[in-house]
Design a protein around this ligand. Structure first.
Ligand code: PLP
Length: 439
């Protein structure tokens, strides 16, 4: 199979039915050896990727508007990120940031602290390998600093799969099934519902003085790409201030420019005590960050650490990623994100099978009227060369690389809206408000 040249600028190209014969054979070979817990939402076998484009092993070229689950922020294999990593690989691959110093670690922490909102009093940062480890670090620091044990999180929230973070995760029962008992003292309320915390939890079951932290995604990701009203986060801030509770913003998915601002919480003007980052921070390399305001970082040497967290190669990728974000990608995310969402809204709002188009920046969700429709649309998009992911109970998320061009957004819009139309026609879906089997 001949390879396409200039992959990053190549249009969608479907040469075989998807999955192609080579992909099917490869999956058959690999699958028996892999953990069956992996999801594999499409039978896609990737050969290489560049920018927003992915080439599979059959030579098909797909447009990726999910960016490795919102991770490849600068696009696949950005030359500047790759060059920074290659240089680092020839200099220092690993020494362990928990036990030794090297320039990149402190440099990244300092830079994140400078970029963080409300940075007058200063931030300090712990670097991990992943989002879930950043969440674990936040749980530990919150308990350590406050001397309290209880945590409050939100239904629909996703915070990771290790046992502490899984205790906060409440987006799908399958993530928790069979793994209990989880961390005791974790309480959930509906996303957006700050009233229940004050009027029910604090008055019936959870003494406010025993709560260490409220952990919340400023824009809910896995739970459905839901943008809350500013009053929700503002009231959480007030509740935390009144009760000595720490406010933890999990920006693993919404941070690092995805919403058109470096941190999603900047849209709401609310100050967090702890910010959690991963995914887009290093363009696909395994890195997470738990940033806390300086006066909260009261734990001493040895209380927390990680062998590979803050690895020099991942840090090189993160520093190059930050250069690109500050050098124009934040603005591109805001501008192309607005245009993309508007195109989707104009074409889809009020159409059969569509419940809502929503989002901010390049964090765009389309909610359907049933999970089956979301599933059918996602699969049809894949067959036609557009990679999207499902989220919530019946939504599709689009989180493209922040380098996506207007032309690529137009192409994605074309494939996506045609798939919505074709699924609606195939299942004879009525306009919203009229009852049907699938809708
Ligand atoms: N927090 C949020 C908001 C996430 O979206 C995710 C992953 O999707 C995580 C935490 C966990 O990150 P990781 O998969 O890197 O452990």
């Amino acid at each position: 199979m001949s390879q396409v040249t200039d992959l990053a600028t190549h249009p969608v190209l479907i040469k075989t039915s998807l999955p192609g014969p080579l992909a099917l054979a490869e999956i058959e070979r690999q699958k028996p050896h892999m953990s069956p817990s992996l999801i594999h939402c499409y039978p896609l076998v990737v050969k290489r990727a560049a920018g927003c484009m992915v080439e599979d092993i059959d030579g098909n070229v797909l447009l990726d508007v999910q960016a490795g689950v919102a991770t490849c922020s600068t696009g696949h294999c950005h030359p500047a990120v790759a060059a920074a990593m290659k240089q680092q690989v020839d200099t220092l691959i690993h020494i362990c940031g928990t036990d030794f110093f090297y320039p990149g670690y402190g440099q990244l922490c300092e830079r994140l602290g400078r970029l963080a909102p409300h940075n007058e009093k200063g931030w300090q940062t712990f670097l991990s390998n992943s989002g879930t480890e950043a969440v674990e670090a936040a749980i530990k620091l919150s308990r350590y600093h406050t001397g309290r044990s209880q945590l409050i999180a939100f239904r629909g929230g996703f915070h990771g799969r290790s046992l502490g973070s899984l205790s906060l995760t409440a987006s799908k029962p399958k993530y928790r099934k069979g793994f209990g008992p989880l961390t005791p003292g974790t309480h959930h309320v509906d996303y957006g519902d700050w009233q229940t915390i004050e009027q029910r939890l604090f008055t019936t079951t959870v003494p406010a003085q025993e709560v260490a932290a409220i952990v919340v995604e400023p824009v809910q990701g896995e739970g459905g790409y839901i943008v809350p009203p500013a009053s929700f986060l503002q009231n959480l801030r007030r509740i935390c201030d009144e009760n000595g509770i720490l406010l933890v913003f999990d920006e693993v998915q919404s941070g690092m420019g995805r919403t058109g601002k470096m941190f999603a919480c900047e849209h709401f003007g609310v100050r967090p005590d702890i910010i959690l980052l991963a995914k887009g921070i290093s363009s696909g390399m395994p890195l997470g960050a738990m940033m806390a305001r300086k006066e909260i970082m009261t734990w001493g040497g040895g209380s927390h650490g990680s062998t590979c967290g803050g690895n020099p190669v991942c840090i090189a990728a993160a520093l190059a990623t930050l250069d690109l974000l500050e050098g124009g990608l934040l603005q591109n995310a805001a501008v192309v994100g607005d245009a993309f969402k508007q195109m989707l809204s104009e074409t889809l709002t009020g159409q059969p099978g569509i419940h809502e188009v929503r989002g901010v920046g390049l964090m765009i969700g389309v909610e359907f009227t049933s999970p089956e429709i979301a599933d059918a649309v996602a699969n049809l998009c894949y067959e036609r060369g557009l990679l999207v992911l499902e989220c919530g109970t019946k939504a599709i998320r689009m989180s493209p690389p922040l380098i996506i061009t207007r032309e690529q957004a137009i192409a994605a819009h074309g494939i996506f809206t045609q798939a919505c139309k074709d699924v609606a026609a195939k299942h004879d879906l009525p306009h919203p408000g009229v009852h049907s089997k699938l809708a």
